[in-house]
Design a protein around this ligand. Structure first.
Ligand code: NDP
Ligand code: HSE
Length: 430
């Protein structure tokens, strides 16, 4: 039965994502009402610049006083698509205190303060949903939180930043340098004016923290995620990757330790085999591999950014939260009961590709091999090329801990015969 009194929605932010949320709410109003069981009404739109022309938005709904909007008391759902930490955080907690549930796309805030925000939602018996915060349109939070709630997730491995995937894909396929590829990403509207959050891995690290927390039923803070950006990846790295039958991607990797007693979360560029499905994720697309005990391998793929795709995820949450509200219930909140320790990067075990510039003379290879052996790092392959007394040595290791590899590289740098460590790249997905 359709309820006639509409559910009231306050939209905080009307930029790339918010404007699409408003558009879909308007154009799909009849379908949304039928799916929810009550009409949804845009009750107010908070922005910074009230005079900006906003197509399809009734100017009478626009306000710069977001606080007054969430305090109105008659708002059922607040959709927060402002971004950043403040004022978004205070607006969300104020919304809960005034009876509203919240849908947000804000990965930075959820990664930093998710636990406190969930606690505030619980305290007031309200929902906090954020499907759009990770990988845009791709359904990922709900499958992990609900569909896989009866399984045991062991690994989440994914490309969760569209801008950096676009840049790395361009470097790989067109031979463009980093700066040239970044300029193209900016011109196409993928990269922001300040691309730091994307290229230095902050955006992906926030998403990794959220994914790891949900996958392992454990609180994983942003600070727990080891983060390396992709600004140092060079054309030479791609050439090395090709020689190994690999490409290079910026990966978010969340893993349960083999003994199940701890977890790790990290973001860094890595070589992956061309045969791996993630190697074929092109341009600004995202894809996430989930490995669980009973289901095996699952892959989620699609547009990870952009106004319309991200709004799709926001609207999905809006429908779910509205249904909960009509049913007098709330959806699943935070599940952190496992409380597993998050291990430091040194305990991560993987393979490595190391390029060294060395003197080309008798005994150097043996010296280098000895350093690897002394640190317990087993060598898989060695490739040498060189002339005029200098050589390039490429060593690929078997699986070793990051701490052991770090000690190896430190010792290698001290050898007179090692002129420099040209690059170190982890090898994943084998
Ligand atoms: P935009 O910068 O395009 O839009 C931000 C909106 O917030 C603007 O409408 C702005 O107003 C408004 N705003 C800013 N400060 C305030 C304030 N103090 N009070 C009221 N309104 C304010 O951001 P996006 O739409 O791109 O991103 C929104 C959120 O969605 C972020 O959390 C982002 O991480 C997330 N997200 C974005 C994706 C994307 O592809 N863009 C993908 C996935 C998630 P005004 O219009 O007047 O400037
Ligand atoms: N800047 C992000 C990206 C937006 O490039 O993926 C989506 O979160």
């Amino acid at each position: 039965m359709m309820r006639t009194r509409p559910l009231k929605v306050a939209l905080l932010g009307c930029g790339v994502v918010g404007s699409e949320v408003a558009r879909i709410m308007t154009t799909h109003a009849t379908d949304l009402a039928a799916r929810i069981g009550a009409p949804v009404e845009l009750a107010g739109v908070a922005v910074r610049r009230p005079d900006k022309v906003r197509e399809g938005i009734d100017p009478a709904l626009v306000t710069t006083d977001a606080t007054a909007l969430v305090k109105r008391g008659d708002i059922d759902v607040v959709v927060e698509v402002i971004g950043g930490i403040e004022p978004a955080r205070t607006l969300i907690t104020t919304a809960f205190a005034h009876g509203a549930s919240v849908v947000s796309a804000n990965k930075a805030l959820i990664a930093q303060d998710g636990a406190a925000l969930h606690a505030a939602a619980d305290e007031h018996g309200r929902d906090l949903y954020y499907e759009a915060a990770v990988a845009g349109a791709i359904p990922l939070i709900r499958p992990l939180r609900e569909s896989l709630a009866g399984d045991k997730v062991n690994r989440v491995l994914g490309i969760v930043n569209g801008t950096t995937n676009f840049i790395l894909d361009a470097m790989d396929t067109t031979g463009a340098g980093y700066q040239e590829a970044l300029d193209e990403a900016t011109a196409l509207g993928y990269a922001e004016a300040d691309p730091t959050a994307d290229v230095e891995g902050f955006d992906a690290a926030a998403k990794a923290a959220i994914l790891a927390g949900i996958a392992f039923h454990t609180r994983v803070r942003l600070d727990d995620v080891h983060r390396e950006g992709m600004t140092e990846v060079t054309a030479a790295d791609f050439a090395s990757a090709r020689q190994m039958g690999c490409t290079i991607k910026l990966l978010a990797i969340c893993e349960r330790a083999a003994d199940g007693a701890s977890v790790t979360a990290r973001v860094h560029p890595a070589m992956i085999p061309l045969s791996h499905p993630l190697a074929n994720v092109r341009e600004a697309y995202n894809a996430v591999f989930v490995e669980s005990e009973a289901a095996g391998q699952l892959m989620f793929y699609g547009p990870g950014a952009g106004g319309s795709p991200t709004a799709s995820a926001v609207l999905g949450d809006l429908v779910a939260v509205c249904r909960n509200r009509l049913g007098g219930a709330t959806g699943p909140g935070e599940s952190a009961y496992a409380a597993l320790p998050v291990s430091p990067m040194g305990e991560v075990v993987t393979r490595y590709h190391i390029s060294l510039d060395v003197a080309d003379k008798p005994g150097v290879l043996a010296q280098v091999a000895t350093v690897f052996a002394e640190h317990g790092v087993s060598i898989d392959t060695v490739r040498q090329s060189g002339k005029d007394g200098e050589a390039s040595l490429v060593v690929v290791t078997h699986r070793a801990s990051d701490a052991a590899l770090g000690g190896t590289v430190e010792a290698l740098r001290k050898l007179d015969t090692v002129r420099g460590v040209a690059s170190i790249m982890r090898v994943e997905g084998e």
